[in-house]
Design a protein around this ligand. Structure first.
Ligand SMILES: [Zn+2]
Ligand SMILES: [Zn+2]
Ligand SMILES: [Zn+2]
Ligand SMILES: [Zn+2]
Length: 252
């Protein structure tokens, strides 16, 4: 019989999250686990299991349904910007990674000549990972998690940069009169938020590959970055901003 241990269950759990862009509904994540791991996690209590690893996961109840819990990978590891500079990072107590983010994504052009480390087991990486008590992760799992962190950084930079198309408000209310000439994306905003209740039967677009959206996106250099995640990040940020603006008003 295959032995399910908290470690194998955790690895499988993280793998499913990674396959889903680092975020998944808790019930769904558990239902995807193989039988022995699913039993172990369920016996333990899915939410309790996730909460055992506060350095790995962030747990969110959704706005609409209180019973729905979203689990997100949230790892405190960061890449040191100094490591790529001439001379490298000289801070001996630096708690950021000196690994090459491009190497993590398997796309570093510099190879042997790269100023940053291309070794997950180098001394500094081991120390940083241990510092955050994440040294129970296998190298391959660590690499996958770091890849998500690199991509998250790219998504945040793309979202901060105004050169990302907006979601068309008219299309989401009723019809967009501009039709094909509209410079905005014709995509379901609930799909972007991850909470469209119509799913496959939704009459609005749940992908970006139709003629209109393809034409709109051609004007922007998205270069392998998930447009959905960029838009999602941006909408979350705008929501937070309006929320804090309205609470500022109340304090007056
Ligand atoms: Zn450093
Ligand atoms: Zn490199
Ligand atoms: Zn439009
Ligand atoms: Zn929809």
């Amino acid at each position: 019989m295959e032995g399910a241990t908290p470690k194998t269950a955790l690895e499988e759990f993280v793998k499913h999250l990674l396959e889903n862009g680092g975020e998944l509904e808790l019930g769904r994540a558990v239902s995807h686990l193989s039988q022995p791991n699913r039993k172990l996690v369920s016996d333990y209590g899915a939410l309790e299991f996730v909460k055992r690893y506060p350095r790995l996961f962030m747990v969110n109840q959704t706005r609409q349904k209180k019973s729905k819990v979203i689990v997100k990978l949230d790892v405190p590891l960061k890449f040191c910007p100094q490591a790529g500079e001439t001379g490298g990072c000289t801070d001996r107590r630096c708690d950021k990674l000196h690994l090459c983010p491009f190497f993590v994504k398997e796309s570093c052009k510099f190879g042997d000549k790269c100023k940053r480390s291309h070794d997950f087991r180098d001394e500094h990486t081991i120390r940083v990972v241990r510092h955050f008590r994440l040294d129970f992760l296998s190298s391959s799992l660590l690499q996958k998690i770091l890849k998500i962190i690199v991509e998250e950084g790219e998504i945040q930079r793309a979202a901060a940069n105004r050169s990302v198309p907006d979601i068309c408000k008219f299309y989401n209310k009723a019809v967009c009169k501009k039709g094909e000439l509209c410079p905005c994306l014709h995509v379901c905003e609930h799909f972007v938020d991850g909470d469209c209740k119509f799913g496959a039967t939704c009459k609005r677009n749940h992908d970006f590959s139709d003629d209109h959206n393809t034409t709109v996106l051609e004007q922007y250099d998205m270069d392998g970055i998930s447009i959905r995640r960029v838009l999602q990040f941006r909408r979350e940020r705008e929501r937070k901003r309006t929320m804090s603006a309205s609470s500022d008003g109340e304090n007056r």
